[in-house]
Design a protein around this ligand. Sequence first.
Ligand code: PMP
Length: 438
Amino acid sequence: MDLSPRAPHGRLDPYVERYAARTAGMTASEIRALFAVASRPEVVSLAGGMPNISGLPLDVVGGAIAELVAMQGPVAMQYGSGQGVPELREQITEVMRLEGIEAHPDDVVVTVGSQQAVDLVTRVFCDPGDVVICEAPSYVGALGVFKAYQCEVVHAEMDADGLVPDALRQAIASVKAAGKTLKFLYTIPNFHNPAGVTLAAERRAEILDICRSEDLLILEDNPYGLLGFDGEPLRALRADEAEGVIYLGSFSKTFAPGFRVGWALAPHMVREKLVLAQESATLCPPQFSQMAVSAYLSNHDWQGQIKQFREMYRERRDAMVEALHDMMPASCRWNVPDGGFYVWLSLPPGIDAKAMLPRAVTARVAYVPGTAFFADGFGSGAMRLSFCYPTPERIREGVRRLAGVIEAEMELRATFGASAPARELGYQTYDGPSTDLS
Ligand code: PMP
């Protein structure tokens, strides 16, 4: 099975000598073909990070869009400002207020999802060889951006309370000792993708202090912050530090990802650069999408909708955690997330999540191996399990299948050790698009 990105369908790429050096970092995941298989209906995918938007009131959204076309069609379908629609930027400041952020709409830049915000910030700050500190593990889509801009990623450990302050200090010291240029800390404080953990409230001030004293910029990526299962949203890092933090938000998880509307809140001078970068990338973020999101926020109880999402995701989290508790071998470890979409599961010693994936897919269950979330090849003994999309019954069935695969793998290791025979995938794979790594 050849999964080489340069040779899809067995063909060689005739352009290979002509690509820019930076494309060396733009490689399709070697597990991508398996994810294409994982989207077959008989496979329970615990791999995908797609928000479950089946509860959205389509009639309300449809009505708002019809009205938008009828009342403001020529504006909505026109080019717009590179910074984004003013009314939406105003509404975004209200969304951020829920996490303690007081901001001016002038400092908000609307982006094509927060994914594009990660890209623009990296474009503005990073030259090849510059270092970005990321949590271990970190969001695969951000690692892809850093790689594409030829940055070096240094990982800093997390524990059950999120990023460990001492690990951050050590990471900073190691970059300095190596004489490299450190550009920013990329962090996901709430309901981490993929680790599921949240930066403890009492740790936030310490992380801010370290970054202040080291003059290190923070890129705070927060798409899940309003999806906590209990209590009030936690205070954003940006709420207590306006100058040293670029905050990223998104409507992908609180409304719908198809509009591709996210944003960056940045210190004033940085905001200017981001707008210029946005203009060269897209001229302007899509006006129609922004106005549709704005109409939804004005005409609908969006906070009530988020509450419904939270309840739905909580039910799925409970189903997954209960199933793991009931069925997983005793030597597996996992965390119980307080929000978001993900559980991080550590396998018994000696079991490699990537090597096991073909067997899992053959057993009709899929996950993302931990190595996808590290820039340095670590994470082979862990996996990300998503509970956001399947129904509670399917989650339980998926965990049952996965437990069986892990048990069989443990037996195989016990009998053959590290030289356990490889088994071919029972399915034909194909090279297709996949959103399962989101
Ligand atoms: N950051 C994190 C941590 C994510 O999990 C995701 C999507 N899964 C994104 C950014 C990008 O989301 P979007 O572009 O849809 O806003």
